[in-house]
Design a protein around this ligand. Structure first.
Ligand code: E4P
Length: 217
C-alpha cells in the first residue's frame, strides 16, 4: 500500500519524506488555507515546492465546478510538474472533466467520494485515483472502511485500473485496516504514519538491551 501524506505543510512533508516511506502527497483547498497559502500564484508555486520535496504523485485540486473551468485549471495544474495529479470533485461536470483528462493522458484523482456508485463512475471515466473519505463517513456514524471494502470488490470484479486512495484517514488503525482490505493508497496525517512505529514492548525491549549492554561494558 502506498503512503501519501495529506497536508500542505512543507515541514511535515519533508519529515515524512526523510522517513523514507512516503509515496506522494494530497492537498485540498482547506489544507492550503490552513498553511496560509492564498492567491493563485502562491498556490501554484506551493504545488511546485511540494513536488520538489517528494518523489511521487502530488494531488492539486481544481476549484471550478463547471466543465470549462475545470479543464482550464486542470491543464494549468498538470503543466506545473509531471508529478501533479489533477484532483476533481465528484460532480457531473467533474466526471466529464475526468473523462476529458483521461483521454488526453492527464491523470486525475476523483475526490469527495462517499458511495460505491460514485466510485464506479470515477473508474468508468478513467480516474487514476478515487478518493473515498473514510473519516468523514465515520463522523456521521457510517462505516468508512466498509466503503473501501465494497469498492475493492467492485474494482476487482472488472479489473478497473483506478487506484483506491483511502482518504480522510484520521489515525493509525485506519492505516492498518486499509492495508488489510487492500486499498492501493492511503492518505493521512503524519501522526497516522508515525503511529505505526509505536509498541510498548519495543520501547521496554530496547531499554533492556541498552541497559544490559552498559552492564557488560
Ligand atoms: C483527501 O484527499 C482529502 O484531502 C482529505 O483526506 C480530507 O480529510 P479530512 O476529512 O480529514 O479533512
Amino acid at each position: 500500500m502506498k503512503f501519501f501524506i495529506d497536508t500542505a505543510n512543507l515541514a511535515q512533508i519533508k519529515e515524512a519524506q526523510e522517513l523514507g516511506v512516503l509515496d506522494g502527497v494530497t492537498t485540498n483547498p482547506s489544507l492550503m488555507a490552513k498553511e496560509g497559502i492564498t492567491g493563485r500564484n502562491n498556490i501554484l508555486k506551493h504545488y511546485v515546492d511540494i513536488c520538489n520535496i517528494v518523489d511521487g504523485d502530488v494531488s492539486a485540486e481544481v476549484i471550478s465546478t463547471d466543465f470549462k473551468g475545470m479543464i482550464k485549471e486542470g491543464e494549468e495544474l498538470a503543466e506545473l510538474h509531471e508529478q501533479i495529479v489533477v484532483k476533481v470533485p465528484m460532480i457531473k461536470d467533474g466526471i466529464k472533466a475526468i473523462k476529458y483528462f483521461s483521454d488526453k493522458g492527464i491523470r486525475t484523482n476523483c475526490t469527495l467520494v462517499f458511495s460505491c456508485g460514485q466510485a464506479l463512475l470515477a473508474a468508468k471515466a478513467g480516474a487514476a485515483y478515487v478518493s473515498p473519505f473514510i473519516g468523514r463517513l465515520d463522523d456521521i456514524s457510517t462505516d468508512g472502511l466498509n466503503l473501501i471494502s465494497e469498492i475493492r470488490h467492485i474494482y476487482d470484479n472488472y479489473e478497473f485500473e483506478t487506484q483506491i486512495l483511502a482518504a480522510s484517514v484520521r489515525h493509525t488503525m485506519h492505516v492498518i485496516d486499509c492495508a488489510k482490505i487492500g486499498a492501493d493508497v492511503m492518505t493521512g496525517p503524519l501522526s497516522a504514519i508515525e503511529g505505526l512505529l509505536k509498541h510498548p514492548l519495543t520501547d521496554s525491549g530496547l531499554a533492556k538491551f541498552l541497559e544490559d549492554y552498559q552492564k557488560g561494558n
